[in-house]
Design a protein around this ligand. Structure first.
Ligand code: PLP
Length: 415
């Protein structure tokens, strides 16, 4: 066994960090849980759970409506979360951060409130082969309504974007380039700043799906030079039903509302209504107040660990997992881009991914199997599904070894 020392090279006290995550100490089928489904949803640290409980216990009230003490406390905590998130991604202003229920809501917001009013027949949107459905289907809906078309940026067999294809794709009819920062199924980290510069030189706006980037990388939306950045809270150790759309202020100001209701208006008359400024223009109704307070706690937690140390630790975990998994005869990894995030999509011989995942679940090991909401990517590789082990900083070499050994047993049983 190749157990990790308590304090590894990145200066990480793994056992202390693991103790912050209550779910990591539970048993599954009588065995200690090995949680390798972090790209699907991560576990929450006690600090996030406590922040949510404290809000409901001490401060529970609606936001932006009541002058009473609890209302003011809830509003301060909720708006404080916006400040926290804006600083974390280096937004130019807190007003550029629109709270959403996640990436899906953020991409749909842009599709309905930005793309649909602008797209005309003959226009195009470029997406990549490696996109999650949340960064494909909203654009298809926008295209269906407008007569615009999707164009697809291809990838190499290793799972990287074919860089010299971009010039050919960015023709004058392209009105948006929508791509993921980090692929959920392959782990590929796309060179977003370089790509955005190329698009900007042609006046083409860029939307980035940052769902899988925020848990692993330092993200500076201004330095990336993009126009829209979407992300989701539950993959970055925050509560479900949280996320955000960041967009430059002038873009948000140019967009009409997406959903109508309370909070998003300035005035309402039966003859017609006027809209609040961004971000509130896009936050109709009572939001997930507790969730965003929890998300701010998640950001504080990540900041406390240090995103560079997290990245260093995860590089080490990925290297170990790749080496150990490849010792399993017949195991093939899809997505081998250099510098990728700690995500390993794999197949073992002719064994179905669901069978593999089910067998190793019996040993307490959680990996995802399926299409990872990336049908076109699966089609590209000619497979229906893969098994995916996605790691986080709290995982260990010993867990990776347990998983590799369980995969080998499963292979022998199923082959
Ligand atoms: N984009 C990517 C790359 C993802 O991995 C996911 C979640 O799996 C999403 C978008 C959608 O996120 P959510 O379901 O939180 O909106």
């Amino acid at each position: 066994m190749n157990a990790l020392p308590a304090r590894d090279l990145a200066g990480f006290d793994v056992e202390r960090v693991r103790a912050d995550f209550p779910a990591l100490s539970r048993l599954v089928h009588g065995k200690p849980l090995v949680y390798f489904d972090n790209a699907n949803t991560a576990q929450r640290p006690r600090a996030v759970i406590d922040a949510v409980v404290e809000y409901y216990t001490e401060h529970n009230a609606n936001v932006s409506r009541a002058v009473h003490t609890l209302g003011a406390e809830a509003t301060a905590l909720y708006e404080g979360a916006r400040d926290r998130l804006a600083r974390w991604i280096n937004a130019g202003s807190r007003d550029e951060v629109v709270f959403t229920s996640g990436t899906t809501m953020a991409t749909n917001l842009v599709a309905y409130a930005w793309a649909m009013p602008r797209l005309r027949e003959g226009d195009a949107i470029v997406v990549t082969t490696m996109e999650h459905h949340a960064n494909i289907v909203p654009w298809q809906l926008a295209c269906e309504r407008s007569g615009a078309k999707l164009k697809v940026w291809p990838i190499t067999p290793e799972g990287e974007l074919v860089e010299d294809a971009l010039d050919r794709l960015l023709t004058p009819e392209v009105k948006l380039l929508a791509l993921t920062h980090v692929s959920n199924a392959l782990g590929t980290v796309n060179p977003v700043a370089r790509i955005a510069a190329q698009a900007r030189a042609r006046g083409i706006p860029v939307l980035v799906d940052g769902s899988q980037a925020l848990p692993h990388l330092a993200v500076d939306v201004q330095a990336l030079g993009v126009d829209f950045y979407c992300f989701t809270g539950h993959k970055m150790f925050g509560p479900t039903g949280t996320g955000a759309l960041w967009a430059r202020r002038e873009i948000l100001e140019s967009m009409p509302p997406f959903l109508g209701g309370g909070e998003m208006i300035r005035t309402v008359r039966f003859e017609g209504s006027t809209w609040a400024d961004p971000p509130h223009r896009f936050e109709a109704g009572t939001p997930n107040i507790a969730g965003f307070i929890g998300l701010a706690a998640a950001v504080d937690y990540l900041a406390g660990l240090g995103i560079e140390r997290i990245a260093a630790r995860e590089r080490d975990l990925l290297a170990h997992a790749t080496a150990r998994f490849l010792e399993v005869p017949g195991l093939r990894i899809l997505g081998t881009a250099p510098g990728k995030a700690p995500v390993i999509s794999f197949l073992v011989g002719g064994v179905h991914a669901h069978d593999l995942a089910t067998l190793i679940d019996a040993e307490g090991i959680a990996v995802r199997s399926g299409h990872h909401c990336a049908h076109p990517l699966m089609q590209h590789y000619g497979v229906a599904a893969t098994a995916r082990a996605s790691l986080a900083f709290y995982n260990t070499h010993a867990e990776i070894d347990r998983c590799a050994e369980a995969l080998e047993r499963a292979r022998r049983m199923l082959a």
